[in-house]
Design a protein around this ligand. Sequence first.
Ligand code: FES
Ligand code: FES
Length: 166
Amino acid sequence: MQQLNVNNTVRTVDAEADTPLLWVIREQLGLTGTKYGCGMALCGACTVHIDGVATRSCVRPVASVDASAKVVTIEGLSPDGSHPVQKAWAALDVPQCGFCQSGMIMAATALLQNNPHPTDADIDAAMTNICRCGSYNRVRAAIHAVVSGKMADAGLRIQHIDGSHA
Ligand code: FES
Ligand code: FES
């Protein structure tokens, strides 16, 4: 038995020490917003925060998460989807199939907590999540919209292959 603080609630879980945190979150706690993609720390679909740090939960053994650590999943960002990053994602229609987007949003919120005014290069460096639908330009635009606070009229900035913007 182990205690975990998930979304500001202390929960008792029963799992083998090497069970990935992702499975505990999904199967024991029923928080299925966090997704399984690759299971190898490559895609970022399983990203949660541990003490504010974006963490790929598919490769994080549950026993390595201290009881005092604050784990936040997509369900814990806001009670009603009203977190500024979630609002920007909706305003700019970022999700396509949506499968990667919980991880994208968790990575973006961690980025903005550490760097409230990221450049395109900062975003590219921090957002290593994989999206098979190719939502990368919209992800970047939504992060800029959060920073500017102008979600309603935020335009989609398209970056061409030569690095210029439309
Ligand atoms: S499922 Fe964890 S990084 Fe892909
Ligand atoms: S929106 Fe489909 S994988 Fe990213």
